[in-house]
Design a protein around this ligand. Structure first.
Ligand code: FES
Ligand code: FES
Length: 177
């Protein structure tokens, strides 16, 4: 005897998301996670999906100015919030500096973790300009990398913080002169 299971069709909901200063009117399944919607419906594929359990940090995006996982909550819960993916920072000077530092310090191999790392690194550079190595490692604890052993990533962020410190010192000297 075959068992026939009849599941009711999933009814999609209409939502409006503010992503990278663009408004997206979308029809999504109520349980669709933000990361999937960003990639599949908004065409923003810089956001990677790894564990889908909030562990690896590959899916990190900015939400209302703070880094947040995009794999843990349904996209519908982000209505009314300002979401920024890595694509939003294509012309951003600090992100350009971080990308250069990641290259110079060999901070990536397969690159799978890199979008999430860059989002987190930018947040560290803005929020903690004086962070030492231990603090950087602590801040990066939510972003996993299977390839690099983290040394290059930490060195890249330190390089950018050093450059900023030099710029601040130069500015101070020029004001004092
Ligand atoms: Fe979101 Fe791993 S995919 S934390
Ligand atoms: Fe491969 Fe980080 S560079 S996971």
């Amino acid at each position: 005897m075959s068992l026939k299971l009849d599941f009711p069709p999933v009814r999609e909901v209409r939502i409006t998301l503010d992503v990278n200063d663009r408004s997206f009117d979308l029809s999504v399944e109520p349980r669709a996670i933000l990361a999937d919607v960003l990639r599949e419906q908004c065409g923003l594929t810089a956001t990677h999906i790894g564990c889908e359990h909030g562990v690896c940090g590959a899916c990190t995006v900015m939400v209302d100015g703070a880094p947040q996982r995009s794999c843990l909550q349904s996209a519908a819960r982000f209505e009314g919030k300002h979401v920024e993916t890595l694509e939003a920072f294509a012309e951003d000077a600090l992100m350009a500096q971080l990308r250069q530092a990641f290259t110079a310090e060999h901070a990536l191999q397969c690159g799978y973790c890199t979008p999430g790392m860059l989002i987190t690194a930018r947040d560290i550079a803005l929020r903690l300009p004086e962070a030492d190595e231990a603090r950087i490692r602590e801040e990066l604890a939510g972003n996993l990398c299977r390839c690099t052993g983290y040394n290059g990533i930490v060195a890249a962020i330190q390089r950018v913080l050093r450059e900023h410190a030099r710029e601040r010192a130069a500015l101070k000297t020029s004001h004092a002169a």
